[in-house]
Structures are given as C-alpha cells and as structure tokens.
Design a protein around this ligand. Sequence first.
Ligand code: AP5
Length: 219
Amino acid sequence: MRLILLGPPGAGKGTQAVRIAERHHIPHISTGDILRANVREGTELGTEAKGYMDAGDLVPDDLIIAMVGERITLPDAAEGFLFDGFPRTVPQAEALGQLLAERDEPLDAVLRLAVDEREIVTRITGRRTCSGCGRIFHVRYDPPTADNVCDDCNGPLVQRDDDTEDVVLNRLAVYRRSTEPLEDFYWQRGLLRDVEAAGSPDEVAEHAFAILDELSARS
Ligand code: AP5
C-alpha cells in the first residue's frame, strides 16, 4: 500500500507509523527522521536544514522533494511505503503526485490523525526518543522501564531540540498555515480518511487498521 500519515506535530504519526508499517510490510519513511540523521552526520543537507528545524519552520520544498524523490526509488519502496511528515505543503503534494504518476503508482489513502491542541503540547513536551534506535517514549503515557534508558536497545533517551513549548507553538502555527490545506487537497481527490487519535496508541492503531482493512477489501 502507498500511504500518507497526516496530522499536526505530536499527533502520534511516528507512533502509529511503526505499527502500520510493520503490519503492512512497507517502509516507514519519516522526512523528520531523515533530516535529523543528516543533522547528526553533519551533511550539507543537515547543515542547511538545522536552523529551520530548531525554529520549528519548514525546510524548503526543493530540498525535501529531492530527498523524497531519491528515497522512493530504493528497492524497499517498490511495493509501497508509508510517509510520515511528508508532504507538508501543497507544492510538496503536487511534486509527489507527479513522481507517483510517472511511476504509475497511485496513493491508496491519506490517514489524518486528529487530536486536541492542548493534548498535543502535553504529548510533545513529554516525548523522549532513543538516540540509539529511535524508539519513541513518553514520560507519562509510555514511560521506559528504567529512567531514560531504551527498553529495546539500552540507548540513552533524549528530548528533541525542537520539543520545547515555544518551538512547539510555532510548529503548530506552521502546520495550520502550510500543511492543513492538504486536508482539502486530498479530500478533493477522495483519499482522505479520518483516524480517531484520542485513545491509547494501540486503540488508535486499531482504528487505522480497520480503515486499511476496509480499503484492502474493496481493491
Ligand atoms: P517531524 O519529525 O516530522 O515532526 P512533526 O511532524 O512535528 O511530528 P512529531 O515527530 O513531532 O510528532 P508525531 O506526530 O510523529 O508524534 P509521535 O508519534 O512522536 O519534523 C520535524 C521538523 O523537520 C519540522 O518541524 C521541519 O522543520 C522538518 N521537516 C520534516 N519533514 C518536513 C517536510 N516534509 N517539509 C519541510 N520540513 C520538514 O508522538 C508524540 C508523543 O506522544 C510521544 O511521546 C508518544 O509516545 C506520545 N503519543 C503518541 N500517541 C499517543 C497516544 N495515542 N496517547 C498518548 N500518547 C501518545
């Protein structure tokens, strides 16, 4: 399946992407994760992206589109993919549409995660991410067994540089301004599906699985 997860920062896209990608045997492609890896490795892309990311602003479309264009040509994406955090602007969505049309690989669905804004700030400011394997935790909702240590790989848990309250508020404003128009963009193309995102991560995953099962049954 070729899927997009759409939703504001902290809605739970990364948390759900891991579950959906595993169940459907497709790669989880997070533009945020790819950018953070570039920042860590000090690549030219990472150096250029870092200032935007730290401020909670979007990295320019041309950089993102080139990065995604390369990523979807890798063999693991031949049978499908799940985008998390991409596209984020109408020009990105149009560029993706063109790339997929050239490959004759249409999207199956865009899953929108809807969560209350106050809940978002609580989710993001409590997030801790494993610096080893990238697993996502939450200090209250999904704490690790031992303080600040990953359950999976024993790596240290860290707080993302852009997870402070003032940067989160800017990320939400940027979402409303630049990314929310994609809801209408994909609704008009008959691809938008709403996933109730207010329950526990497993409950949210069940909602998403039910939608995807229904889509599979129809095709
Ligand atoms: P990115 O990494 O994509 O961040 P984001 O979209 O802001 O989303 P987050 O990763 O913050 O949240 P999420 O929805 O994945 O939530 P999560 O599952 O972690 O982008 C970062 C930056 O990179 C951008 O600001 C931009 O600068 C740049 N960038 C990336 N892509 C770009 C693009 N396409 N164009 C331009 N620039 C781009 O969950 C959050 C917390 O909540 C966790 O602690 C989790 O444990 C908890 N949680 C999750 N689900 C639940 C639940 N159901 N109940 C309780 N807690 C939950």
